[in-house]
Write a protein that binds this ligand. Structure first.
Ligand SMILES: C[S@@+](CC[C@H](N)C(=O)[O-])C[C@H]1O[C@@H](n2cnc3c(N)ncnc32)[C@H](O)[C@@H]1O
Length: 199
C-alpha cells in the first residue's frame, strides 16, 4: 500500500513544496557523512534521486552509486533524470531485504526514508550487513523528528503513522545492533545520525 502511495506521487514529487531547495540542503548533509573512503555508495529509499547530483558534486564523489527504491515509478523518474550519469545504477527492491552480498558498500545513506520502513530494527540490521567493516551508514532529514512526525500526521493517508525516533533513541538502536555511533544530532533544520560498522 505504501509503495502504491509513493508511486502515485512520483510524477509530482519534484514539484512538491520545498523539494526545489532539498538538493542544496541535502548537499550539506552529504558533506558531513560521505568522505573520500566512500567509493561504493547505496542510497536506500532513493525516490526520484534528489541525492544524485549533490553526490556527484562532492569533492570526492563515490565511484559507484546504487539508487534503491521499492516504488517502480519513483525509480523510473530517477533513471529518466540521470540517464547520462554512468556512475549510477538503479535497483527496485525493499531496503529491508536488500539484494546484495555482505560488504558490498562503503557507505549507505537513508535520506527521508527511515520513517516509512515497516520494521526499522530489522531493516537497519540488514543494511549494516551490507557494509564493509569500517563502512558508514547515515540517516538524514531536513527537520527535527518532532516536526517530521507532526508533518506525517497532518499529511495523513499511508504515512499518517510513520514516525522518526529522536536522534538519541535511534543512536541507542544502532548501538544495540553493534554499530559505533559517530554523530547523533537534531535541530529544527536537520537530523543526522551517522554510525560506523565495527571493524
Ligand atoms: C519520502 S520519500 C524520499 C525519497 C528521497 N530520498 C528524497 O529525499 O526525495 C521515501 C522513499 O522511500 C521509499 N521507500 C519507503 N519504504 C521503502 C522500503 N521498505 N524499501 C525501499 N524503498 C522504500 C519510497 O518509495 C520513497 O521513494
Amino acid at each position: 500500500m505504501k509503495r502504491t502511495w509513493f508511486d502515485q506521487l512520483a510524477p509530482a514529487w519534484d514539484s512538491l513544496p520545498g523539494q526545489s531547495e532539498t538538493a542544496a540542503r541535502a548537499e550539506t548533509f552529504l558533506r558531513k557523512v560521505v568522505d573520500s573512503r566512500c567509493g561504493r555508495l547505496l542510497d536506500a529509499g532513493a525516490g526520484t534521486g534528489v541525492l544524485v547530483e549533490p553526490l556527484l558534486r562532492l569533492p570526492h564523489p563515490p565511484a559507484s552509486i546504487v539508487e534503491l527504491d521499492f516504488a517502480p515509478a519513483m525509480l523510473a523518474e530517477n533513471r529518466r533524470k540521470h540517464a547520462e550519469r554512468r556512475a549510477v545504477r538503479y535497483v527496485c527492491a525493499d531496503l529491508s531485504l536488500p539484494p546484495f552480498p555482505a560488504s558490498s558498500f562503503d557507505c549507505i545513506v537513508l535520506f527521508s526514508a527511515l520513517p516509512h520502513v515497516e520494521n526499522p530494527p530489522a531493516a537497519l540490521a540488514a543494511l549494516l550487513a551490507l557494509l564493509r567493516p569500517g563502512g558508514r551508514l547515515a540517516v538524514g532529514h531536513l527537520m527535527s523528528s518532532e516536526a517530521l512526525n507532526a508533518l506525517h500526521a497532518s499529511i495523513g493517508g499511508a504515512v499518517a503513522h510513520d514516525r522518526l525516533p529522536r536522534a538519541p533513541e535511534l543512536a541507542a538502536l544502532f548501538g544495540s545492533l553493534g554499530a559505533r555511533v559517530l554523530l547523533a544530532e537534531e535541530t529544527p533544520e536537520e537530523y543526522t545520525v551517522l554510525v560506523e560498522k565495527s571493524a
